[in-house]
Design a protein around this ligand. Structure first.
Ligand code: FMN
Length: 203
């Protein structure tokens, strides 16, 4: 087997090596993730900035080795295209946002923004530890709510696969399959000028 592909971002301006190193693999080995690494990931998420320091993020974790029933339940909420590869994650997670401010009950329009920011920090911590995670919007939020007893006022925001990266050829379909093709496709981004405007919209 070949090594996992070199997925380092071809950044056009200087950025931190850790930012270049983070990517979203689909090929995982299925090996367990050490508890100390999970603890570090949670700590990294914990220190994210948030609106009024409300910290609206919540997380359900299911380790493949120690919570196989919850792992299968979480896997079952994923879109079929994600189920095809996410079963080899070491940990599956569900990021959930609290949609109101606990201090006054007002809606928190920053809840998803802040939950995403915490997960972005977690992704970078994973990369720093030689792991990677893959966030997924492709899951059934209603099914996840039901499967994990998520109460009203909280919204499932994303599913996340975490684990040790495996070579692309370990994906279902092997190197000729569609999953492997996506795994080794060049990493691309819109040019900065498409979305960063100085002074006014589209300037
Ligand atoms: C909120 C969110 C939802 C995503 N949903 C999916 C998904 O359902 N399935 C999938 O394979 N990738 C999903 N991705 C991964 C993106 O496709 C990936 O981040 C993007 O192509 C950029 O690649 P990179 O993360 O390797 O830089 C999602 C990413 C985010 C942040």
């Amino acid at each position: 087997m070949t090594m996992p592909p070199d997925r380092e971002a071809p950044a056009e301006h200087p950025i931190e090596a850790l930012l270049r190193r983070r990517w979203s693999p689909r090929s995982f080995t299925g090996a367990p993730v050490a508890q100390a690494a999970i603890d570090s990931l949670l700590e990294a998420a914990r220190w994210a900035a948030s609106s009024s320091n409300q910290q609206p993020w919540h997380l359900i974790l299911a380790r493949r080795d120690t919570e196989p029933e919850a792992f299968a339940r979480l896997l079952g909420t994923l879109a079929p295209g994600n189920q095809a590869w996410a079963d080899k994650a070491g940990v599956l997670m569900l990021a959930v946002a609290r949609m109101t401010n606990p201090a006054n009950g007002n809606p928190n329009r920053d809840a998803f923004y802040d939950t995403g920011a915490a997960m972005a920090q977690m992704a970078l911590q994973a990369a720093a530890l030689g792991l990677q995670l893959h966030q997924m919007g492709g899951f059934d939020a209603a099914k996840a709510r039901e499967a994990f007893g998520i109460p009203e006022g909280y919204e499932p925001a994303a599913a996340i696969a975490l684990g040790h990266v495996a070579p692309a050829e370990a994906l279902p379909g092997g190197m000729d399959g569609a999953l492997a093709a996506r795994e080794v496709a060049p990493r691309q981004r819109r040019p900065i000028g498409d979305w960063a405007f100085f002074g006014s919209w589209r300037q």
